[in-house]
Write a new protein. Structure first.
Ligand code: ATP
Ligand code: MG
Length: 409
C-alpha cells in the first residue's frame, strides 16, 4: 500500500461539529449584517499579485513574508488572497460601482497566509468581514463596529472580548506623529530587531505592531499619536466615540492599536480576548480612505473589518448538529426495495427529510436508524408500510398519504 496522503501543513479539515461551528459563525454574521443593510459579495480566491502587493504595504508582514504567490502557466503572477478587503475594492472598481455609493458588503471565505501554524493560526483560514464603501463620516465606522459587536453578541462571545479603539489620524497628524516616532526609535535603534530597523526607514508606525519582545518593551515607552492629532482628526475620533456610546458598544481606548496592514487611517480597532492565548484578536479593522484610489479607482472613503472564523468557532458553544429524523428500512427483496425508494422520493418531494437504510432487513436497518439519532422508522415489506416510533417503540400500519400529512405538520 502507498503511504496515506497527508494534509498540507497549516490546513485543516472541517468535519462534523467543526463544520457546524464554522457554518454557524457565517450564518450568524450573514443574518446580523443583513439587519444593517449589508449585501453579500463573493470575489475570486486568487487575484493578480498587484491587487495585494500594491495595497497592503511593502513593509507589512503579509506582503514581505506571508503571501502565497505563484506564476501560472501563462506566466502571470497570481496570489491566493491573504485577506478580503483588497479584492472587494478591486471588484467595486471592476463593476463600476464607485458611481453608486454607498456599497455595504458582507463577505466570507478562505484566506491564505504562509505563517507558522499554531493554535488559532493557520495557512488556510477563514474570515467573515464587512466593508462600508463610500461614507466619509465617523457614523459609518461606528455602524461597522456596532454590527461586529452585535455578531459577537449573537454568537454568545461578547462577554469574552474587549473592544480596543484607536485613531491613526489623517495625513497631517500622521506626518507629525511619524516624525516623533522616528526621533524616539532612532535614539533606541540598537535595541530594535532587524526587521524593525528597516521599518524605521520605510514605515516607523509599523514598529508599534512588532511581535518582537524587545521591540514591544521599547514600544511601551514610545510617544502616542494623541498629542499630534489635527483638529479634524480629533473631531472625527470624538464623533466615533459618541456614536459608539449611542449604539451601546463598550470600548477602551488603546493608543498601541495600529493594525498589520498599511492602508488604514483615522479609526483602527480590535476585539480581543484572553481566552485564546497568543492569538487573541478575533475581529479587527479600521478606516481605509486611500485604498480604492491606490488601486486605480476614484477616491472612495471606506471602513471595514474582518474576523477569524476559526478563532470565533473555538469560543462558541456549537448549535446541535442537524440530522434527518426519519429512516426508511426495506426488507431484503426487490419489491420492498422499490417501495422504499418510491416512498423516500415521495416524501422528499414534499421537503420532508428521509434517509434510506443501506442495510436491508428490519433488524440491521433499526441499528442504522438508532445510530443516526432518528425518531422514526418507516418499514417497507413490499406491500405495506409501518411507522415505528423509535423513542417508545410503538408501531402501526400506515398509508403513504397519511405519512405525508403526519410529517408535513
Ligand atoms: P495577527 O496579529 O493575529 O497576525 P492580523 O493583524 O494579521 O492578525 P488581520 O489581517 O487583521 O489579522 O485579520 C483579521 C482576523 O483574521 C484576525 O484578527 C484573526 O482573527 C484572523 N486571522 C488572521 N490571520 C490568521 C491566521 N493565519 N489563522 C487564523 N486566523 C487568522
Ligand atoms: Mg498576521
Amino acid at each position: 500500500m502507498p503511504p496515506a496522503l497527508q494534509p498540507v501543513r497549516g490546513t485543516r479539515d472541517l468535519l462534523g461539529e467543526d463544520s457546524v461551528r464554522h457554518t454557524h459563525v457565517v450564518e450568524t454574521a450573514r443574518r446580523i449584517s443583513a439587519l444593517y443593510g449589508f449585501a453579500e459579495w463573493q470575489t475570486p480566491i486568487f487575484e493578480d499579485t498587484k491587487v495585494f502587493a500594491r495595497t497592503l504595504g511593502e513593509t507589512s508582514d503579509v506582503v514581505t513574508k506571508e503571501m502565497y504567490s505563484f506564476e501560472d502557466r501563462g506566466g502571470d503572477s497570481l496570489t491566493l488572497r491573504p485577506e478580503g478587503t483588497a479584492g472587494i475594492c478591486r471588484a467595486l472598481i471592476t463593476a463600476g460601482l464607485t458611481q453608486t455609493l454607498p456599497q455595504k458588503v458582507f463577505y466570507h471565505g478562505p484566506m491564505f497566509r504562509y505563517e507558522r501554524p499554531q493554535k488559532g493560526r493557520y495557512r488556510q483560514f477563514h474570515q467573515i468581514g464587512l466593508e462600508l464603501l463610500g461614507p466619509a463620516t465617523a457614523l459609518a465606522d461606528a455602524e461597522a463596529i456596532a454590527a461586529g459587536w452585535q455578531i459577537l453578541n449573537a454568537l454568545g462571545v461578547a462577554g469574552d472580548v474587549t473592544l480596543n479603539i484607536n485613531t491613526l489620524g489623517d495625513a497631517p497628524s500622521r506626518d507629525a506623529y511619524r516624525a516623533a516616532l522616528v526621533r524616539y526609535f532612532t535614539q533606541h535603534a540598537d535595541a530594535l530587531c532587524q526587521d524593525s530597523r528597516l521599518r524605521l526607514e520605510k514605515n516607523p508606525l509599523r514598529i508599534l505592531d512588532s511581535k518582537d519582545a524587545g521591540d514591544q518593551e521599547l514600544v511601551a515607552g514610545a510617544p502616542v499619536i494623541y498629542e499630534h492629532l489635527s483638529e479634524d482628526a480629533e473631531k472625527f475620533y470624538a464623533k466615533l466615540k459618541l456614536a459608539l456610546a449611542g449604539f451601546g458598544v463598550p470600548f477602551v481606548e488603546n493608543p498601541r492599536i495600529v493594525r498589520g496592514l498599511d492602508y488604514y487611517n483615522h479609526t483602527a480597532f480590535e476585539f480581543v480576548t484572553t481566552a485564546l492565548g497568543a492569538q487573541g484578536t478575533v475581529l479587527a479593522g479600521g478606516r481605509y480612505d486611500g485604498l480604492v484610489a491606490q488601486m486605480g479607482g476614484p477616491k472612495v472613503p471606506a471602513v471595514g473589518w474582518a474576523a477569524g472564523i476559526e478563532r470565533l468557532a473555538m469560543l462558541i458553544s456549537p448549535p446541535a448538529e442537524k440530522h434527518v429524523n426519519i429512516v426508511i428500512i426495506a426488507e431484503p427483496d426487490d419489491a420492498a426495495q422499490a417501495q422504499a425508494i418510491s416512498t423516500a422520493a415521495f416524501l422528499r418531494s414534499l421537503d420532508i427529510g428521509v434517509e434510506i437504510s443501506f442495510q436491508s432487513g428490519f433488524k440491521n436497518g433499526l441499528k442504522f436508524a438508532n445510530r443516526t439519532g432518528a425518531r422514526w422508522a418507516i418499514l417497507a415489506d413490499g406491500e405495506n408500510l409501518a411507522l415505528k416510533n423509535l423513542v417508545d417503540g410503538g408501531q402501526s400500519g400506515v398509508r403513504i398519504e397519511a405519512l405525508a400529512e403526519f410529517f408535513s405538520k
